[in-house]
Design a protein around this ligand. Sequence first.
Ligand SMILES: Nc1ncnc2c1ncn2[C@@H]1O[C@H](COP(=O)(O)OP(=O)(O)OP(=O)(O)O)[C@@H](O)[C@H]1O
Ligand SMILES: [Mg+2]
Length: 456
Amino acid sequence: MFRGIRGRLVSTYILIVLAAIILLEGVMVEWIWQYYIGNIREILIQQAQLANNFFKNYMEDSDLIYVAQDLSEDFAQVSSTEVQVINNAGIVLGDSIGNFAYDETQDIVDAMHGVIGIHQGEYLGTGENVMVVSSPLLKGDRVVGVIRFITSLSGVEAVMREVILLFIEMGAVVVAIVAIVSIWLSWTLTKPLNEITSAAKEISAGDFKVRLNKRFNDEIGTLAETLNQAAIELEKLDTMKNDFISSVSHEIRTPLTSIKGWVVTLKEGSDEEILRKGLDIIEKETDRLTALVNRLLDFSRLESGNNTLSIAAVDLKNLMISTIDQIRPRAQRLGIRLDVDLDEIPVIKGDASRLKQVFINILDNSLKFTESGGEIRIYAERVPNMVRIVIEDTGCGIPEKDLDHIMEKFYTARAKGSGSGLGLSISREIIKLHGGDISIMSRMGEGTSVMIELPA
Ligand SMILES: Nc1ncnc2c1ncn2[C@@H]1O[C@H](COP(=O)(O)OP(=O)(O)OP(=O)(O)O)[C@@H](O)[C@H]1O
Ligand SMILES: [Mg+2]
């Protein structure tokens, strides 16, 4: 449950929050402790000073040994601490609670030297922490003894323990909240990611129909959208591939049927005239098959990227005229007029046979999709740095929805006469290799215009 992004996210959040809490609460605990201890120290110091003054002003003449016990008991009453009086020989002369033992801590040493001394820490091996403040008792400048105020810190420590416990409880609540929030947060991340993963698996298993919901408008949402787009493209490609296979099979089957038919007829034996006719047809059909296979090979070569042009100076005008002459008989047979105006064409650099292939493809389309009585206009014009060749027909036109895709491989508008859907995509590849551009405009029922621009 806590592997992957979820584990990392949750543990990181908890770690950060835990560190922040420990730091913050540690500082606060230390601060509260110092505040309490500081107060106690101040109070004890005031008492010590008071005792020091009192002794100096009122008891300077009395002998310490006689007043020590009273002194300790009186000051114990006002300060509610243990008060001890020690003479300068280190003997305890009085103690408010009758405890005559003492540790020779730093405070006594300081007080014997005439200044107020402070000790905080363990005392008399009891394990109890105390605060001790000692003040010198002076006769003139001479230290005759020390008065000590001793108070236990166990009360403050108990309070501090409660404070710490409260802080730990508060910290635990905060950590729990952070844990819940971060688990929820990571869930919002991992759930859609898991969905995307399983969708991707389905897609790679060949099911291109899966679609993801875009839950959030964030990077993951974009990822889901991108995957949907990829699935749509794959689905489209899949249909195109199937269409392509069926149209290519169809195109192969038609000549094969005719060849087979003629072969059977000829095998039965026939006269010279039938034999010639049959062989003619077989030759023509074989040419058709060869042309188709060549187109497929061309396409796969262009597709795979090893497409080298053999660039040379091309007399584009001559090339166009010879191409048009080549299709003229077919146009005449179909009853389509050709209107040619190619005066504006310069010599360019390019691959002549490839360019010829492009023009044949486009002219072939115009002838296929134009009714008898129609017209194909072929003209050229100069534009800055380019030569533009336009092939315009008065044919059936291309539906608007297909226009954007018509140059994709295998794509056809399913018009009567559509073939494998490769002609235009091959043409586009070739024009692109020349650094040129090809575009199509069309209106249903009115005609189609293909514009080719080549660097000149
Ligand atoms: N001049 C045009 N008039 C009407 N439709 C056209 C014209 N040119 C192309 N099309 C449409 O565009 C589709 C794609 O053309 P493309 O030349 O790529 O393939 P094709 O002609 O069907 O097959 P192939 O060229 O491989 O024999 C055609 O099937 C047709 O629907
Ligand atoms: Mg074509």
